[in-house]
Every structure is written in structure tokens, then in C-alpha cells.
Design a protein around this ligand. Sequence first.
Ligand SMILES: Cc1cc2nc3c(=O)[nH]c(=O)nc-3n(C[C@H](O)[C@H](O)[C@H](O)COP(=O)(O)OP(=O)(O)OC[C@H]3O[C@@H](n4cnc5c(N)ncnc54)[C@H](O)[C@@H]3O)c2cc1C
Length: 441
Amino acid sequence: MRVVIVGAGLAGLFTASELTRAGIEDVVVVDKEHEPGGVAQTVRRDGFSLESAVGTFMLPHPHLSQILDRIGVDVIRAEPSAALRYVYARDRLIPLPPTPKALLAPIVSIGAKLRALAEPLVKVGPSSEDESLDHFCRRRFGDRMGKMLAWLAASGVFAGDPQRLSARSAFPALTTLEKKAGSVVRGGLQQRRRRPADVARPSSHLPVGGMGALVQAAASLLGDRFRGGFDVASVLHDGSGWRVEGLEAIRADHVVLAVRPQAAAALVDPDLGAALAGAVSAPVVVVGLGGTSDQLPLPPGFGVLTGPDSGTASLGVLFESSYAPARAPQGHALAKVIAGGARKPEVVDWDDARIIEIISSEVAQILGTALDPSFVEIIRHHAGIPQYEIGHSAWLSELDALLGDRPGLHLTGWGYRGVGIAHIASDAVAVANRIVGGRHV
Ligand SMILES: Cc1cc2nc3c(=O)[nH]c(=O)nc-3n(C[C@H](O)[C@H](O)[C@H](O)COP(=O)(O)OP(=O)(O)OC[C@H]3O[C@@H](n4cnc5c(N)ncnc54)[C@H](O)[C@@H]3O)c2cc1C
């Protein structure tokens, strides 16, 4: 049985790894770029290592741990200070320690906190089956705390707009807690109590050598079954199987489209293509700022998210060298700023000079210190981060129904069932199981 995977981003590479683990050897992964990895690349210059997209992930995770083990990449824990996060609100950098003391952090007024503490008593159910993240959080935690939480969650994971993101599609863990326990807080505490004492709590990890090393390790397992510079033009049903047309034509029993939905739309038949074209994403810009520790004084911790009153183009700043010292030379610091997103999509079209001027001055304001970075790197993600807006789960059901009529065709990647790489790993396992389960079809 031959499987062709279109797209050698992490989704394509993880799916290939799972298929070969299941004993399917005839797996070919093609990508229009010559190098694998998709958006996940490590940019190295002047001793700095900047991750263009994902830089850390939580381990252990049942599927991601299994895939990383098989790929054989070394991972290390981030510095313990990574548990410390900050919010920039009310013109201040406010630490949120990983302890109940975070409840005392002045990110909202005392009145707003008292209302939030009453969350377990809230009886009002969802306003609709598919409510916005903003509405969900305000309903549960009150207007002011709810607005803050929804904003931070939307920014931190999706660079998204909390009023447009769907609570149940973007943060299913939250809505499930409410459904099961009648309260997010009560459900969370119950989950904590049920966790066996000998199971390690997930913590931030990173690959030794960066995401670039992880990607290379995954691609090297494929050898010449990874075909770069192979821009697929169409994937069409052909008799009993599928025909992938690009640099050449390849016949396959199964095709996994591990490209964004908007890219997949251009490859498939018009009905499925029209549905896929309905996907939404938000462009972001990653700005790396580096320098000596005097030029760029970074606090300990993982990073800071900007609150709804900040008005900044910067959604967050990751303190790269604080939690991953190898990402900057000795005595130096590296910050990774994520800017733009659904609320300020125009940032991606600013010229370099404007990005550097505005982002540097915002970071100085957020950190409350003067900056004089000697290293600057700008990465524009025009295609952006997928947005799971209201209607996303109905869209997934529509796609499932269309795929039901197209046996052997599969969709995976961050456009569908989770934007983090742990979700991608889980989906890779699910797709591989479907293919292996239907092996004799
Ligand atoms: C700024 C930023 C920060 C992030 N931070 C985190 C984080 O901290 N933790 C986390 O877990 N995740 C994070 N992510 C998300 C993570 O990077 C993505 O989930 C993951 O890299 C997406 O992989 P993918 O394979 O689904 O898609 P992609 O990387 O987009 O790969 C798709 C591939 O398909 C190829 N392709 C497209 N069209 C064709 C065609 N016609 N023919 C052949 N090939 C084609 C492309 O060239 C590309 O290589 C972040 C993302 C961004 C942008």
C-alpha cells in the first residue's frame, strides 16, 4: 500500500513517522519547498537561534512523547523559571507566579476578582451551542476578569480575536470542564485531584539544537522518501486510488493533505475545495531582538502577554534566553515578539523599519527599560495562524461528510483540530490509525 503525504511541515512528518511505526513502509512525503519543516524553522545568526514558529511544547504528552521518541530527538526541560509568566496591564509588567499567589496579582480590580471567585456558583449556561470565547469567559468569570482571560488565551495561542474565536473549538478543555463539573474551576480541581501522584505534570520542553534539529531528525528517517521541491498541483481520484500531480505523477492508495486548508482547497475537486476555502487565518509577525544583557535586560520567566488595555501591536514577548539560555551567546539575551494577529493584521504589511521602530519601543515600554538591540530578525507569516472561529466545528463536520465520499483522502495539520504541535501529534496518530485500519479496503 502506498501513502503520499503532501506537506512536510510537522504534521506531515509526524504522520509519516506514525505510519512507518505501524509498518507501512511505502510512504512518500512531498513538499513544494526544498527544506522540510513548514513554518517551524530555526534561524541561526551571530550565535542567536530564533524559532520562527513553535519553540517549546509541553511534555509528557501521550502522542507527542511517543512520536518524539521514535524520531529520536533529544529534548530538554526549559529552565524552571519558565513557569513564571507575566501580563502587561495597567501600564505595568505584572508577574503571575505558578502558585495560588497568582490570584493576588493586580491584573484586574479586587471587585472583578471577587466576582471571578464566584465562578463555581454560576448556573447560567451557554448562550448558544457555539459561543465566542469572550462570551464564555465573561459568563463564567464576570465581565472584567472574563474579558482579560479571554483576551490572554486568544492572544497566547491563536493571536486571535476572543469575540470571534469559538470557545468549544479553540479551547475544548475549558468547555468540557464546564459540561462535566458545572464549573471550570471545580472541574479543574477535580482533574488535579484525580491525577495519579506518580504521573509527571507536563512542563515546557525544547529540542536540543532547536526545532530545526527535530525537523532534520524526522526527515532523515525518511531518507529519499522525502521529496523537496515537489509543488503539488492536484490530487484527484483515479479509478481505485488517487493521483498526485506535481513534479511528476504519483499514484497512491491513500493521500494525506498535511497543508493548510486554503492550500488544500486548490488541489482537490471543486466541492471539497469550496468547503476548504472557508478556513480563516490571521497573519502574524515574529520579531527577534537580541543583544548583550545590558542592551536587552530580560527578566527571568517564560514571557509576557499584553492585556486588552495595552493597545500594542505586540501580542506577547517570549524571554527566549531566560528559559532557554542556549538560544543566545553567553552574556547575551534574546526576546521573541509576536505581533499583529487577528486584531492588527496590517502589521504584516508594515516595512521592516516601521516594525523595528514600533516593536522595539513597545518592548522597552513593556519591560520598563531602555533597549538597544544589536540583533534583529523579522519573520512574516503572511498565511498566518488558523483561527477556529464560531462555526469551526460545523465546518469540520462538513469536511468529515465530504471525506466520507472520498475514501483514502485525509486532512491533517494545524488548520483543523488544534494549532499546537501536541494536537498535530494526536491527529497524526488518528490519521495513521484510520489508514492502517482501512489497509485492505
Ligand atoms: C509564531 C508562532 C508561534 C507558535 N508557537 C507554538 C508553540 O509555542 N507551541 C506549539 O505547540 N505550536 C506553536 N505554533 C504552531 C506550530 O508551529 C504549528 O502547529 C506547526 O508548525 C504547523 O505544522 P503543519 O505541518 O500543520 O503546517 P505547515 O508548517 O504550514 O506545513 C505545511 C507544509 O505544506 C507545504 N505545502 C503547501 N502547499 C503545498 C503544495 N501545493 N505542494 C507541496 N507542499 C505544499 C508547505 O510548504 C509546508 O511545508 C506556533 C506557530 C507560530 C506561527
